[in-house]
Design a protein around this ligand. Structure first.
Ligand SMILES: [Fe+2]
Ligand SMILES: [Fe+2]
Length: 198
């Protein structure tokens, strides 16, 4: 799989249109989660592609929330992104603001994990450790069932994502917690570094 650009070019474009720590943290988190999943799912050779899709998937959201998954096409073409890269980015919000269906396993993982990372991040903030490194699936399931908690994270999208992959919801949760836990420290460190450079 060929993205058409590298991470340094991607990060430069991302930080041109994203300045809020919340959005930058989300981009870095989904990037690292996608890298973890590439290895987990037997796509290690394409791990850079999976990760870069994760990094860039919400590039247009901070500046153009009303044109999410539409405006990104021109922003990604500006960095010479390949058609398969643009397809993958647009498919992450299928049925919400995009009619590009997730087809490739990478796209299905992105669709499923994107929304869930938000829920896990919100749940981590409530913990004494303020971390997901000591989070159990059972405690995340409680947060999932509590509709008032992180109400912006669509439970339907997460459920749909697990179904598209043919996974139990618990499997998606368990894997995504693990993926986020292993990269939590480096992601936070890079976020600080990026903010200092903006
Ligand atoms: Fe999005
Ligand atoms: Fe996202």
């Amino acid at each position: 799989m060929n993205a058409g650009f590298d991470r340094a070019q991607g990060l430069a474009a991302l930080t041109k249109y994203n300045r809020e720590p919340f959005h930058l943290l989300h981009a870095l988190t989904v990037e690292s989660v996608m890298r973890w999943y590439a290895e987990d799912q037997g796509y290690g050779d394409d791990a850079d592609f999976w990760a870069l899709v994760g990094l860039m998937h919400d590039i247009d959201f901070e500046c153009w929330p009303e044109e999410h998954c539409v405006r990104c096409v021109e922003l990604l073409k500006d960095v010479n992104a390949s058609d398969e890269f643009i397809h993958a980015v647009c498919s992450h919000a299928y049925g919400q603001c995009s009619d590009v269906e997730p087809v490739h396993p990478m796209e299905k993982v992105l669709f499923a994990a994107d929304e869930l990372t938000g829920l896990i991040g919100a749940a981590a903030k409530m913990r004494p450790s303020r971390s997901c490194t000591d989070m159990e699936v059972s405690s995340l399931k409680k947060k999932f069932k509590d509709k008032k908690f992180a109400a912006g994270c669509s439970r339907d999208v997460i459920r749909q994502g697990a179904e598209n992959l043919g996974w139990e919801l618990e499997t998606l949760m368990e894997k995504t917690i693990r993926a986020m836990a292993q990269s939590e420290a480096p992601v936070n460190a890079e976020l600080e570094q990026i903010q200092a450079s903006l």
